[in-house]
Structure formats: structure tokens, C-alpha cells
Design a protein around this ligand. Sequence first.
Ligand SMILES: [Zn+2]
Ligand SMILES: [Zn+2]
Length: 160
Amino acid sequence: MKINDQEVDRRIARFSEVCRNAGKKLTHQRMEIFREVARTGDHPDAETVFQGVRERMPTVSLDTVYRTLWWLRDLGLVNTLGPPRERTRFDANLKDHHHFVCIRCGMTRDFYTDKLDQLDIPETVQSIGYAEKTQIEVKGVCRGCAGEENSQPERKGEPK
Ligand SMILES: [Zn+2]
Ligand SMILES: [Zn+2]
């Protein structure tokens, strides 16, 4: 799923600003790797980002892509999702949002709702630690896997 150009520009502008403020060098390679994550709503893993970047930069290595993605995460420019495992996925959407995950094909899509942003955190959580935000993962079967053709998830309610 392609992110609209305006939003991609916003993400890239933020990336430049964060690099400048943190005194990090914004190399062409770092920019291309970030752009690859920023322009998709697919929550790609490192391997998928690598395949995309390689089309424009044939000299890039998978190792560089890995290191750059985790570097972006340390800078707060992308988030990771799912339990830690070898195929960590990366997300350049920094707005409050939640995920729908298809249990058959793994498709992951963002959705937005104030209702879930403002959930009451149960007291049991406080005994474990301090909550900073709530991100819900809804698991189910996507329309594609359910056999419904031409089904794009609805984009209603997405903040501009
Ligand atoms: Zn599916
Ligand atoms: Zn997301």
C-alpha cells in the first residue's frame, strides 16, 4: 500500500530535521533506505526494504539496510512491531494508530480510532511498569484472504 506523496515528503522532512538536530550525517544511502520505509504502509521487514532499495542502489548490502533500519529506530524515526524475532517489521508512521494483522498472509495495515487511543490502562499493567502508549493489534482474516476481490481496506478516519 502506497503512502501519498505529501505524507512521504512530511516524513522525509522530519528525517532531515532529526538528523540535523542529532548531528548525524544524512547520506544518500540512509535517505534511500528511509524513503523505502516511508513510502509504504506495508510494514516491511529488512529483507523487503533491501529488495526495494537495491533496485535504485545496486551496491547496497542487506547488512547496511539492517544497520540503518535499527539506527533509524534509535533516532525514533521508525518503530518496530511484533515480538522480537528474525523478521522484525519497520513502520514509519509515527501518528497514534493501531494494526490489523491478517493471520493467513501476514498483511499488516494501519487504522485510526480515538476510542482505542484513549483506553483505560488496567491497574495490572501498573504493577509491571509505566505505560506510555497503547497500540492495539487486531488479528483476523483480510478481505483478500477471505476471497473478496478488489478489496482495499477503507481509509476513512485517517488524520491528514
Ligand atoms: Zn490475508
Ligand atoms: Zn503501523
